[in-house]
Design a protein around this ligand. Structure first.
Ligand code: PMP
Length: 793
């Protein structure tokens, strides 16, 4: 009989029996003929357990299971225990004791009329591994060896009950998705979902390559029993708690023991690696694992943590006072955070090494790629860093290279929500599986996305064109502006970059005045960079903004006096390539109003800074109280999926209907829309704009403290998670310290932190991390920068 509701089955949740002591005593005397001298409750997950003292100091364990564990399943547990006691005579396993009916399982109906099943086992004396203070490597090796012996013994064991559906079996980790709702912190929910996605893609998809058999499945430190040997050395003598024994992946067995071992090991550098290597090596030398099994161990560890953490969160709701169920909660979160910052490739290599397998030589892999790139990819496409990185994975705010190193990514504002954000990855994969087509059909995704995107703008913005990149967005914005205004003269801000198309290199001083540039074409007119630190006018007051606005006015007047007609102005709301520049207050508002008053169209390029990065605002133009006619979007919009957008008013969009069709094959396809929608939802659900504000302010304060200590820092500026640190040789002359900036970037990279430099003198350290960045990430950057800057004091 199974009285579990569909929902409970779905989430693999169950109700643990809670019989009264009176009921338990009645059961013991009626069904087992036992009147215990002492009866003490024991911890248990799905079963209600008691330690019984009976005659002559004999101890027994009573286990009462609910309907979740069916008869066949409990019989399987009993048979395994009898089998192991017989097969591994050097060790002890709880031996089931028959009841009055001579059976090992006694069914009974309690006062609540539900059916329960009781079993009694012999108690095993011993000290749990958990009680050992400093578990040494020899003992960890013994753990590996012991588990390998068990799995070898169980290799050909078969019982129909072994095919049971247990919440703790890593193969059922996807049921945890149902339990994510119990995790209240959205960033924690995201991390768990990330692990689930890794499991789906990297383990489940490889399912057919993974061996299965009955495994013990719960190798945590509370279940190994130890006793001193003749030389008083503590040795493993037995194992208890077989409630999770099941048919599963063989690789899950060592993975589970690694999970619990890693939770126990402190932060000492290299210690976790040593222990993991010992356990796995010992296991492998008796029960050899295959490469494809070692490939998934990292993800099986993550999966086990997901189960443990979601079960604990669920338990917190149903049994707020049961601390046992949450025993691994804090160490679990700690380990999860640690592993998510770790390079999975480093661990794969370690697992291979522990088992005597060779890994590819990363230097050789890298040099092959470099040679290929040199031969077939233009050098105009430059690589970052003196020694380029061969990046193979990303997770959250971290990037991982082929050599096993992890990097805190502080510059990738494309992966706005972190690398491989689970919601976005899922949305894209799902849509790619269902439909992808072009904009000449009606489809739901476009309407849903545009509606959501426009909801983030002031009501005058009613129209949206979806394109494939920030460059495409700016190119289209130029067409819209020229078409609407009938003019061709364009104002740009000195130092600005707007994209890689011919039309945009022409309007980007960063390019046309830079190396290989050919200067401004006649229709492009530069106005000075409103840089409060180094610009023509200095200071962060509105007066400074007025002075820069006067420059705009001057330029417009001079063009008009030559009878030229304005197309408009394009401006980044906060300038990135120009050196992380935050304009003086309301500059953009004033500049746009001047251009508008003379019939020009105003374009805010939000490709770098939009989508909550400014923290206090969703868009950069809002921080300037500016009211553009067109807003262009890119980079963060799809969290790495190529997408861009042009947002404008009905008037401007309508005037663009000239008879010439605007067709864009990929722009706004259903997959891109799914990516864009997932990004917006995640920003809301995870409250990431607020995170950008809190962490951004904290980061800025930390950097300003550094400025007090190190004279190389001339200026620190930023809004939300868009920050810049300008380095100077001399604070008086403000002579740019470009070589120093580049050297510092290299040194920070060696410390596992990715930054870059920019600005007209290449002396500004750019900081624009994913907006999931945390205060401790900010601390790490500040602390390391502090150490690196000491060399320049
Ligand atoms: N506008 C700005 C402000 C940019 O920084 C960039 C890219 N760095 C672009 C537009 C062009 O975007 P994409 O390279 O994605 O086409």
């Amino acid at each position: 009989m199974n009285n579990l509701s569909g929902e409970i089955m779905l989430s693999l949740e169950y109700q643990k029996p809670s019989l009264t002591i009176k009921e338990v005593k009645l059961l013991l005397s009626e069904s087992f003929g036992i009147v215990p001298k002492k009866l003490a409750p024991l911890n248990g997950d799905r079963s209600q357990n008691f330690l019984l003292q009976v005659d002559r100091g004999r101890k027994l364990v009573l286990k009462i299971s609910s309907d979740f564990d069916r008869e066949e399943s409990l019989d399987f547990e009993n048979q395994v225990l009898l089998f192991l006691n017989q097969k591994l005579t050097g060790y002890r396993f709880p031996r089931p004791v028959p009841g009055r009916n001579e059976k090992l399982i006694t069914s009974f109906s309690a006062a609540d009329k539900k059916i329960y099943r009781a079993r009694i086992f012999e108690f095993i004396e011993g000290e749990p591994l958990a009680a050992v203070k400093d578990i040494d490597l020899k003992l960890w090796q013994e753990v590996g060896t012991f588990l390998a012996r068990i799995d070898l013994a169980l290799k050909d064991f078969y019982h129909p009950g072994q095919k049971r559906l247990l919440p703790w079996d890593v193969r059922n980790v996807l049921f945890s998705r149902e339990r994510l709702k119990y995790i209240s912190d959205p960033s924690r929910r995201r991390k768990l979902d990330y692990c689930l996605l890794q499991y789906e893609t990297l383990v489940q998809a490889e399912d057919y390559r993974l061996r299965r058999q009955v495994i013990y499945g719960d190798a945590n430190e509370h279940n190994f029993l130890l006793a001193p040997d003749r030389k008083s050395v503590h040795r493993i003598i037995g194992l208890i708690d077989f409630g999770d024994i099941t048919e599963s992946y063989l690789a899950a067995e060592p993975s589970l023991s690694l999970t619990y071992a890693l939770m126990l090991i402190g932060p000492k550098e290299g210690e976790k690696e040593k222990v993991a290597s010992k356990i796995l090596g010992a296991y492998h030398s008796l029960n050899p694992l295959r490469k494809e099994e070692l490939d998934v161990i990292f993800y099986l560890i993550l999966a086990r943590l997901v189960i443990s953490l979601t079960m604990a969160a669920w338990r917190r709701q149903v049994e707020p006072r049961n601390a046992y169920m949450r025993i691994s909660e804090e160490p679990g979160w700690k380990l999860l955070d640690y592993l998510l910052s770790e390079n999975p490739e480093k661990w794969r290599r370690l697992f291979y090494r522990s088992c005597g397998f060779e890994s590819e030589n990363p230097d050789r892999q890298k040099s092959k790629l470099l040679t290929f790139r040199k031969a077939h990819v233009s050098e105009a496409l430059s690589l970052s860093y003196r020694k380029p990185l061969h990046i193979i994975r990303g997770a959250g705010q971290f990037l991982f290279d082929s050599e096993g190193r992890s990097y805190l990514d502080c510059v990738n504002n494309v992966c706005h929500l972190g690398h491989c954000h689970p919601s976005v990855a899922r949305a894209v994969a799902r849509q790619m599986t269902v439909l992808n087509t072009n904009t000449r059909y009606l489809y739901d995704q476009m309407a849903a996305y545009i509606e959501k995107l426009l909801s983030h703008f002031p009501p005058k913005f009613t129209h949206c064109f979806l394109v494939n990149s920030g460059s495409e967005a700016n190119d289209l914005a130029l067409r819209l502006a020229r078409n609407f205004s009938g003019g061709s003269e364009l104002l740009v801000i000195d130092g600005a970059y707007h994209g890689n198309l011919t039309s945009l290199v022409e309007i980007s001083p960063y390019k046309f005045d830079g190396p290989g540039g050919k200067g401004a074409p006649p229709f492009v007119h530069k106005i000075p960079t409103p840089d409060p630190y180094r610009g023509l006018y200095r200071g962060r007051s509105e007066e400074t903004a007025e002075k820069y606005a006067a420059e705009v006015k001057k330029m417009v007047s001079s063009l008009l006096s030559e009878n030229k007609r304005l197309a408009g102005i394009i401006a980044e709301s906060m300038m990135s390539c120009a050196g992380q520049i935050i304009f003086p207050p309301r500059f953009l508002n004033k500049a746009f109003e001047i251009v508008k008053s003379e019939g020009g169209v105003t374009i805010a390029d939000e490709v770098q800074v939009g989508f909550g990065r400014p923290g206090y605002f969703f868009w950069g133009f809002e921080s300037q109280e500016a009211s553009p006619d067109i807003v262009t979007l890119g980079k963060p919009i799809g969290n790495g999926h190529p997408l861009g957008a042009v947002i404008t008013t009905e008037e401007i969009a309508r005037r663009f209907v000239t008879g010439m069709e605007y067709f864009n094959t990929f722009g706004g396809n259903p997959v891109s829309c799914a990516a864009g929608l997932a990004v917006l939802k995640a920003i809301e659900e995870e409250n990431l704009q607020e995170n950008a504000r809190l962490v951004g302010d904290y980061f800025l304060r930390g950097l300003k403290e550094l400025q007090k200590k190190h004279s190389l820092i001339g200026d620190v500026r930023g809004l939300g998670l868009f920050l810049g640190v300008e380095l100077v040789k001399d604070r008086g002359t403000r002579q740019p310290a470009a070589a120093e900036a580049r050297a510092i970037i290299e040194k920070m990279k060696d410390r596992g932190i990715l930054l870059s430099t920019d600005g007209p003198f290449d002396n500004v350290i750019k900081i624009k991390p994913a907006i999931i960045f945390t205060k401790s990430d900010a601390d790490r950057v500040v602390e390391n920068l502090d150490l690196v800057l000491r060399a320049y004091d």
